[in-house]
Design a protein around this ligand. Sequence first.
Ligand SMILES: [Zn+2]
Length: 166
Amino acid sequence: MDRLYTPWRLPYIVNPKPTDCPFCDYLLQDPGHDPENLMLVRGQHAFILLNRFPYSNGHLMVLPNEHVSRLVELEEHTQTEIMRLTTYCTQILDNAFHPHGFNVGINLGQAAGAGMEAHLHVHIVPRWTGDTNFMPVVAQTRVLPEWLEDTYRRLLALAEEFPYTH
Ligand SMILES: [Zn+2]
C-alpha cells in the first residue's frame, strides 16, 4: 500500500495546465525571446528547442505545438512534421558537429524517464565514438550557459543558412 502523501502534487496531477509548462511558455512568447529560450525553429505544428540540460553538445528536442503527453493524441500532420523536424535536426547537427551517430527517442511517462512528461518531446542526441559521460559532468559547472549559447548561435546560423521548409 502506498502511504506516500504528497498534497503539493495534487493540483498538478488533477489539472495539469499548459501555463505550467515551460515548453508551451516558450512557444507562446514573442519570437524575440527565442534566443534566451533556446528556441531554434518554429514549424507549423511543431518546433525545435536546444535542450537546456543536455546529455551531449547539440542535444536537441522536437516538440508538438500542442500540449499532449501521448502519441495517440497527435494529429497525423503533427506526427509528420515531428519526423521531418527530427530529420532536419540530424542534418544541421551533422553540419555543425559531424557526430558519428545519434540517439533519437521519446521517453513516454515518468516510469520511462521523462523529465517533462506532460508535453512529449523527441530527443536528438549526437554521439561520438568513444564519448563518455563527460558532458553531463560539464553540464553541472558554470561553463554551461556560455557553452549552450555558443552551440545555439552556431545551430541558428545553420538553420538560417539551410532553412527548414514546411
Ligand atoms: Zn506544454
